[in-house]
Design a protein around this ligand. Sequence first.
Ligand code: FAD
Length: 284
Amino acid sequence: MIIKKNISLKTFTTIRLGGIGKKILFPENLEDIHSITDILISPKTLILGKGSNIAFNDKGYNGNIISLKYFKKTDISIENKKYINLSANISCARLAKYCYKKKIPGFEFLHGIPGTLGGALIMNAGAFKQEIWDSVHSARFVDSHGALKVWPRERFKTSYRKIYRDKIALFLDLTLMINTKKKFNKDLLGKYSNLRTDTQPVKQWSSGCIFKNPSKDISASYLIDSSDILPRRIGGIYISNKHCNYFINDGTGTCKDLVKLIEHVQNVVKGKYNILLKKEICIF
Ligand SMILES: Cc1cc2nc3c(=O)[nH]c(=O)nc-3n(C[C@H](O)[C@H](O)[C@H](O)COP(=O)(O)OP(=O)(O)OC[C@H]3O[C@@H](n4cnc5c(N)ncnc54)[C@H](O)[C@@H]3O)c2cc1C
């Protein structure tokens, strides 16, 4: 198993924020996972996907970090034309492309989400009115006592951008349901991609949306946009002009800047609308 010590965490996040990580463990197979069960179930241990919804503190992360980056992936496979089996460390983009090639409808929304399926399960990632848990049939995970479990979807409690995860230490793989009633639309993936590049700063250092939408009818970006936030920048972190729920790191930003900008936006929006915006980004 590869272990890296005292390593900069910046490059492990898409917003490029964080100090030094004490230790990152990269289990490569189930045996490695078993050998680190004690570490895995410790509340101080953090699981890292592609870091596309994470910012680390400037002081770094003192606990252990576990990444499935080098974990042996089982190839994506189709079962009985009804199910898709895959590892949790496979990227959302790869799944979306696989389904596109096989003309399987329903997973186009995952194309622009730059994370892993494991991260998507934890965040209940979604876009274009779809969420990953709409399609989950079952998932295999290491539970909070270190046991391997397979649960059907009904046993997991999820809501908008959230899973109730007290029993879950690490997602290993999952089975998705193919909606056989849906028709494949070859233009949909391209349409979603264009919509993203037109409206979101996808090429800059960010972690996607900073805040969750307060409800189905009110978007966080509407509240931010209409609150005339000033200043729009703190240190090296600024509110994107293309999509105001994206905060960008210009390369000089710190996690402290990010936290200050988050609090500043929360205060202004609370003052104007009496709504407290809740964070979607995970700050460790
Ligand atoms: C440009 C951009 C666009 C984005 N667009 C969207 C969007 O449209 N919709 C959306 O919902 N999100 C979006 N995001 C946010 C992000 O991509 C998603 O939340 C994604 O699902 C996170 O996956 P990850 O692998 O990067 O997880 P990480 O950011 O690495 O981790 C997120 C959380 O999941 C946990 N975790 C990760 N893997 C596992 C695992 N295998 N087992 C247990 N816990 C795990 C981590 O501990 C952490 O708590 C966007 C981000 C960016 C940068």
